[in-house]
Design a protein. Structure first.
Length: 200
């Protein structure tokens, strides 16, 4: 392998790993922000208990309205971080050396999908054209969510605009990262179609 190609492969893997590191950092920062500001809403109720006309004492019951939600959110964040860490410390994320084919040597279909991915890849059209239906739909729904949060933040009342804006700023890096990684994979011949064959 010539030096130029080796450098391309190295930079492509570093970009993917760097993006994963940024995602982990973002999740950790958000998790710390949620936990530092999280206040579990507890409500206590006390009443006298009588059984068959006999007074048995006072009883207090405490309920937590949002405790389960916080536990689920933290568990979900830990699961995501664990998965990303395992990916980052793999020696290679994608075996570019095995699958690299310059775009200029690719088929017309691959070039067509590449330019669509470059312009509209955020919408998931590239994945759909490669017959990766589930991932294409997930990519589209995530982009729809992100854009919807921006529109809602711009049109909402000031009291809710800040929260919607934060949701948009949280989603945007993920959307941009997924978009650019797919463009990179298609451009270098590392994108796989539905039946795991490389898009040539």
């Amino acid at each position: 392998m010539n030096k130029s190609l080796h450098t391309k492969n190295l930079l492509a893997n570093l970009y993917i790993k760097f993006g994963l590191l940024l995602i982990i950092a973002l999740i950790v920062l958000i998790a710390f922000g949620i936990l530092s500001n999280a206040k579990i809403d507890r409500e206590s109720s006390t009443w006298d208990t009588w059984i068959n006309g006999i007074y048995t004492g006072r009883h207090t019951v405490t309920t937590s309205a949002n405790e389960a939600g916080i536990v689920v959110a933290v568990a979900f964040a830990i699961g995501i971080i664990a998965g990303l860490v395992s990916l980052i410390f793999r020696r290679q994320i994608v075996n570019f050396e095995e699958c690299y084919v310059p775009l200029r040597e690719g088929t017309h279909r691959r070039k067509y999908i590449f330019y669509l991915a470059l312009l509209l890849g955020w919408s998931g059209i590239d994945r759909l054209l490669m017959k990766r239906w589930f991932l294409g739909l997930m990519k589209f729904l995530f982009a729809f969510w992100t854009i919807n949060m921006l529109i809602a933040a711009l049109t909402a009342m000031p009291s809710t605009a800040a929260a919607l804006g934060q949701a948009f700023l949280f989603s945007l890096p993920f959307m941009l990262y997924w978009w650019t990684v797919d463009v990179l994979l298609i451009g270098m011949g590392a994108a796989r179609e539905r039946h795991k064959s490389y898009l040539r």
